[in-house]
Design a protein around this ligand. Structure first.
Ligand code: BDR
Ligand code: CA
Length: 310
């Protein structure tokens, strides 16, 4: 298992983002310095509100910084995947934030300042589109020299996409941002559909994470039942993929993954827009996860979360 890491989570909560945050908080070797939000599964207002709400529900004190409300080229979103995550991004449950509020600094400024305060030490775990990080690189290209690593959930190297035949949701959400990040020379680990579709959670698994009838069990049960019903209706599967938590699993214990080194690029034009192209090479500073021990990962999730929330 890797040693202790200073982590910033960039996220668009999002039902699977919520599950990832729960897991991250339970991993003793991951020190969560801050959470930056990004539009994606819902609007930036909803995603930021959801992040604040989840922090309160999970007992997380890390500050939350509101991120971009549009792509790095300035393009505004046309719609959100409410058919997966609900209109508010969190299965349309009641999201009431008791007291926590977003910081005055925005996500881009926080990314730059935290990297200045901790040069070479911060791992960014990005589980949404890569817009905030691309904005930070555009504002200050030296940011690239101060980030230790980005572990991102997104892309598909060896399998089909989940939005188009070529593209995965986080990458097609802002392909120009992905391209800026891929060209930045920051060491990258891609935790894409190649592995996230291989690990599946079920509703009984989710229910087993918390004591029966506790408020947290009720919260997890409600949001995941909506997520599960999307996969049941659209794919006739009783189990749903573990996207964002797989990036946390890699940060927590990369031994559970098989990876290959190389270089990533992102196609920006034509029908393959948003496709991640991976060219293996021993010297490349990108790694792509190609296999995962799913049983080990689910056990790790269960063990960490159940002991943290006993
Ligand atoms: C990714 O897209 C988002 O909807 C999920 O939260 C995850 O980050 C999966 O393709
Ligand atoms: Ca996400």
């Amino acid at each position: 298992m890797s040693g202790s890491r200073k982590v910033v989570l960039d996220t668009d909560p999002g039902i699977d983002d919520a599950m990832a945050l729960l897991y991250l908080h339970a991993c003793g070797n991951l020190e969560l310095l801050g959470i930056t939000t990004i539009l994606g599964n819902a609007s930036i207002e909803n995603c930021t509100n959801n992040a604040l709400f989840l922090c309160e529900q999970f007992g997380i004190t890390a500050p939350v910084y509101r991120g971009a409300d549009r792509g790095v080229t300035g393009e505004q979103p046309k719609d959100y995947p409410d058919f997966v995550h609900g209109i508010n991004g969190l299965a349309d449950i009641q999201v009431t934030v008791a007291g926590k509020s977003a910081e005055d600094q925005d996500a881009c400024t926080y990314l730059l300042e935290s990297s200045n305060a901790n040069p070479g030490e911060i791992t960014i775990i990005a589980v949404g589109r890569l817009t905030n990080i691309a904005m930070a690189l555009n504002k200050d290209p030296t940011f690239a020299n101060r980030v230790k690593e980005i572990i991102f959930m997104g892309g598909a190297a060896t399998c089909e996409g989940n939005v188009t035949a070529w593209a995965e949701a986080n990458i097609i959400g802002d392909p120009e941002a992905a391209s800026i990040v891929f060209n930045s020379n920051i060491p990258l680990v891609m935790v894409g559909l190649d592995v996230t579709l291989q690990t599946r959670m079920s509703q009984p698994f989710v229910n087993s994470l918390m004591p029966d009838l506790s408020p947290l069990q009720s919260l997890l049960r409600s949001i995941n039942s909506v997520y599960a019903s999307f996969y049941k209706t659209s794919q006739n599967r009783d189990e749903f993929p573990v996207h964002d938590s797989s990036a946390i699993a890699y940060a927590h214990n990369s031994d559970m993954f098989g990876t290959e080194h190389g270089r990533l690029s992102c196609i920006l034009d034509g029908e393959q827009r948003g496709r991640t192209v991976f060219v293996p090479s021993r010297s490349g500073n990108h790694q792509v996860c190609l296999s995962i021990d799913s049983t080990a990962m689910l056990n790790d999730y269960l063990n960490n979360v159940t002991s943290a929330y006993r």
